[in-house]
Design a protein around this ligand. Structure first.
Ligand SMILES: [Zn+2]
Length: 158
């Protein structure tokens, strides 16, 4: 009885499963940070080799796929990073303005941080809302921006 050396049906089945697994891992239609560049590359090399592409070309195409995903991921990481930095800078700038005034809620003096505004050691050291509002209104009062025109209907006929 000849031992099964190569079961074509089994191979086709296994390959289909493997492809499905790789397609899932490559996640082409998902956000770039969720895509696996190595899975994308392996998928390419398998597809190319099973359609009789020359091995060197197959590997070259796989590497192109890998690099494309990696490049997009790096781009995405940079964008996220600079967004985070900008957010932190804006928060710090706002906090700096807020600390110019004393807090009407907890009584913290100017330049001191509010007392009891949640977790200590957190990244966001937010001041009390009233202090933020007060500081903002004073700050906007200073700034020579366009004055708010709130003339609707005249209420008091004189
Ligand atoms: Zn406060």
């Amino acid at each position: 009885m000849p031992e099964e050396s190569f079961n074509a049906l089994q191979f086709a089945n296994d390959l289909a499963h493997f492809r499905a697994h790789l397609e899932h891992a490559a996640n082409e239609y998902h956000p770039i940070e969720q895509q696996d560049p190595a899975a994308a590359a392996l998928l390419v090399v398998i597809n190319e080799l099973t359609t009789n592409t020359d091995p060197t070309t197959a590997v070259a195409r796989a590497m192109t796929a890998f690099n494309r995903v990696r490049d997009q991921q790096r781009e995405h990481e940079h964008a996220v990073d600079s967004q985070r930095k900008q957010g932190a800078a804006e928060l710090a700038a706002e906090e700096e303005i807020t600390r110019k005034v004393a807090c009407p809620t907890c009584g913290a003096e100017a330049s001191l941080s509010c007392v009891g505004t949640g977790r200590s050691g957190g990244i966001r050291k937010k001041s009390h809302a009233d202090r933020v509002r007060l500081a903002r209104s004073l700050n906007e009062g200073d700034a020579p921006t366009a004055p708010q025109d709130v003339s609707g209907q005249s209420t008091a006929p004189m």
